[in-house]
Ligand binder design. Structure first.
Ligand SMILES: [Zn+2]
Ligand SMILES: [Zn+2]
Length: 256
């Protein structure tokens, strides 16, 4: 399994992109920068887009990728929750802001949307997909993706602390999680459902206690302006736990 980090941040600029993780050129986790980071040819190769929640930084390129598929008479598979379906159909693909690709063209809509059910393993293009609720919006899910060879990654999506329940359901070889702000913003993180390095440390300790091991971790969703501070604090966490925790960056490739 090869995972390519297309976008690793929570703010976009010329130097940072919103979240998208590409697995084996076929599956994508979140749609923050699908069209801005992939050629038309690479977009056409996508087999499925899995979306964690409806926040704009995670769905932004759904309309634009759908337009590219529509213009090629192709269909794109999107897997997510009812909350994401509702947000797309009400606010973005509502026929006013943009065409309703969930229903257009009528005989074969450009977007084939499949509702996922938490805790139920779904087979998608040979991969086993398990959606597990995390602590962000009341319907945000993380995804464990297991390849046909049995390699698995868990992406927590945006989440605040309190992941012990979530950890019970997964056993990944690699953990991709979030740290949005440094430790001095802990109040903000708690209120908005995000992690700081020290909050992540507690979650990793709980993972190790529950599962008896700790996979290497890669962190995404950093605020670019605060990234240096986050990086220094993450290094302290990794050293204290004697484990690997690295910040992701656009273009990073992870091999499992
Ligand atoms: Zn969010
Ligand atoms: Zn986000």
């Amino acid at each position: 399994m090869e995972i390519q980090v297309l976008g690793a941040h929570n703010c976009e600029s010329r130097n940072s992109r919103l979240i998208s993780l590409l697995i084996d050129d076929a599956l994508v986790l979140d749609a923050g920068c699908l069209t801005s980071s992939l050629s038309l040819e690479a977009q056409q190769k996508l087999k499925a887009v899995l979306i964690t929640h409806q926040h704009y930084d995670h769905i932004r390129d759904v309309p634009t990728v759908a337009m590219n598929f529509f213009l090629q008479d192709a269909t794109i598979n999107i897997y997510s929750t009812l909350a994401v379906y509702d947000a797309l159909s009400t606010h973005l693909l509502n026929g006013e802001l943009y065409p309703n690709f969930l229903a257009k063209p009528p005989n074969s809509p450009t977007i084939k949307f499949t509702m996922i059910e938490p805790y139920k393993v779904e087979q998608v293009e040979g991969y086993s997909i398990l959606a597990v609720p995390v602590n962000h919006t009341n319907s945000t899910v993380g995804y464990q993706v297991t390849s046909p060879e049995g390699k698995s990654v868990f992406y927590t999506a945006d989440t605040g602390p309190g992941l012990a329940d979530c950890w019970q359901h997964i056993s990944p070889h690699l953990l991709i999680t979030e740290v949005t702000v440094p430790n001095r913003y802990e109040d903000f993180a708690q209120e908005s459902g995000h992690l700081t390095p020290s909050l992540l440390k507690q979650e990793l300790i709980s993972f190790r206690e529950l599962k008896g091991y700790l996979p290497p971790a890669v962190v995404v969703h950093m605020n670019p302006r605060l990234e240096k501070e986050i990086e220094a604090e993450i290094a302290t966490v990794a050293a204290a736990l004697n484990t690997r925790v690295n910040l992701a960056y656009e273009g990073m490739r992870l091999h499992l």
